[in-house]
Design a protein around this ligand. Structure first.
Ligand code: COA
Length: 384
């Protein structure tokens, strides 16, 4: 026994530590493969709507098709109920940072059991939470632009309605497909930091909203979900292919990280980068992108970044991660860059909900140890 862990090595960053069995997703960092609910991400993205990946994650393969059939209607109703709660959010949506606003707004979410409407009572808690994330993110974005919120259209799919609530007009099919591919791609990704956070909260017996609010806090950080806005800033600053290498070298010299590059698990290119690149190409073929040379620039910058990172870290493979092409895709869809991280949350919340359910089923509190390296002191005896 080592009661103080004094002889144990600290697993810094929990590298290589396995904390759960999961049916939800699998990340193979060596081969660059992502499996979501049994299917490769390449197979799912662009093929199934967001509702269906929710059904796969929440109900498992066997029951997924029955759940998916009802989920479009249920999420539509849930978005309408969430919209009714906009008036109860205080000043949450007036915060300038989208993730701060979303975290504050989601913290106000009341459980469906407390809502008077009979629609609410029929909803599963996951449905309400997923719907609210989209409604609140869209309403925040509109408020930032000085525009009133757009009420949900329950007849639309989740991706189509999110785009509509953000942009104010009904999106066409290629744009809806593009956003759908994105939401499916980011719906789950192993034991990433925000998912682990949600599971820790769930393991204490706490409620889903608390787990999701905590997960939003983790997702906000630039090392996790906060990178796509800065990736677009980087592409804008670089401006042209010829400037890429010198700009990136200067960035490294200044001690900055290159946003959208590197990953804790992947030692090869993040497979989601390719899936999103294909979604952008598809939009371009449909003439849908607002600035079609941005993809070309992004590819050149990615190549240059690989080069400068290889020179700087010859033993550490650093390639593009999901955020690199997220920036290009969401921009092409007309979403403002401040909404990129909140939109990540609109997709990832599907996985958080599934992990909370899976963690609850284990009934086991997550409570790792630590090694005390501080002093052991004694207070001076109290003088009589
Ligand atoms: N740009 C520059 N250097 C990078 C880098 C990047 N994008 N990613 C890693 N490195 C460097 C680190 O600075 C570190 O160097 P050091 O040993 O001199 O300190 C080395 O590579 C190892 O990095 P480490 O911090 O151990 O990697 P990690 O597994 O903890 O980091 C990320 C993974 C994602 C946090 C990291 O790659 C990163 O910060 N990327 C940029 C942010 C980003 O794109 N986030 C979205 C992730 S999906």
């Amino acid at each position: 026994m080592d009661p103080n862990n004094s002889n144990r090595a600290v697993a810094s960053g929990l590298d290589g530590v396995v904390v759960a069995d999961t049916h939800l997703s699998d990340v193979d960092g060596e081969l660059g493969q992502l499996i979501i609910a049994g299917h490769s991400v390449e197979e799912l993205a662009g093929r199934i709507p967001f509702e269906e990946v929710c059904a796969l994650l929440w109900s498992g393969d066997g029951a997924a098709s029955a759940r998916a059939a009802t989920l479009k209607t249920a999420l539509g109703k849930a978005r309408c109920l969430a919209y009714e709660q906009l008036g109860n959010l205080g000043d949450a949506l007036s915060r300038n940072d989208g993730m701060d606003a979303l975290r504050a707004a989601m913290a106000h979410l009341r459980p469906t059991s407390e809502l008077a409407s009979s629609d609410a009572k029929e909803l599963a808690e996951e449905e309400f939470v997923v719907a609210a994330m989209a409604v609140f993110a869209a309403a925040w974005s509109r408020q930032q632009a000085g525009q009133p919120p757009v009420a949900p259209d329950p007849s639309l799919g989740h991706a189509a309605d999110y785009l509509r609530m953000v942009r104010g007009d009904k999106a066409d099919a290629p744009a809806v497909d593009g956003l759908g591919a994105y939401l499916v791609t980011v719906s789950d990704h192993g034991m990433n930091a925000s998912t682990f956070t949600a599971r820790v909260v769930a393991s204490t017996g706490s409620d889903l909203v608390s787990a999701v609010v905590a997960a939003l806090g983790a997702l906000k950080g630039p090392l996790h979900g906060g990178a796509p806005g800065p990736v677009l800033d980087m592409l804008d600053e670089i401006g042209s292919q010829e400037r890429a290498t010198s700009w990136l070298e200067a960035e490294l010299l200044a001690g900055h990280r290159i946003m959208g590059m590197g990953h804790r698990i992947y030692r090869v290119r993040d497979p989601r980068a390719l899936v999103l690149e294909r979604a952008i190409e598809k939009l371009e073929r449909g003439g849908q992108t607002r600035s079609s040379n941005r993809l070309q620039l992004a590819r050149a910058v990615e190549q240059a970044a690989e080069g400068v990172l290889r020179t700087r870290y010859p033993n550490r493979p650093l390639h593009a991660n999901v955020e690199f092409y997220t920036a290009v895709l969401l921009d092409a869809l007309g979403l403002p860059r401040a909404l990129f991280s909140p939109t990540f949350a609109v997709g990832r919340v599907a996985g958080w909900c599934a992990h909370v359910r899976e963690q609850r089923a284990t009934g086991r509190l997550i409570r790792p140890g630590s090694r005390y390296v501080g002093p052991r002191l004694r207070l001076e005896p109290v003088q009589a």
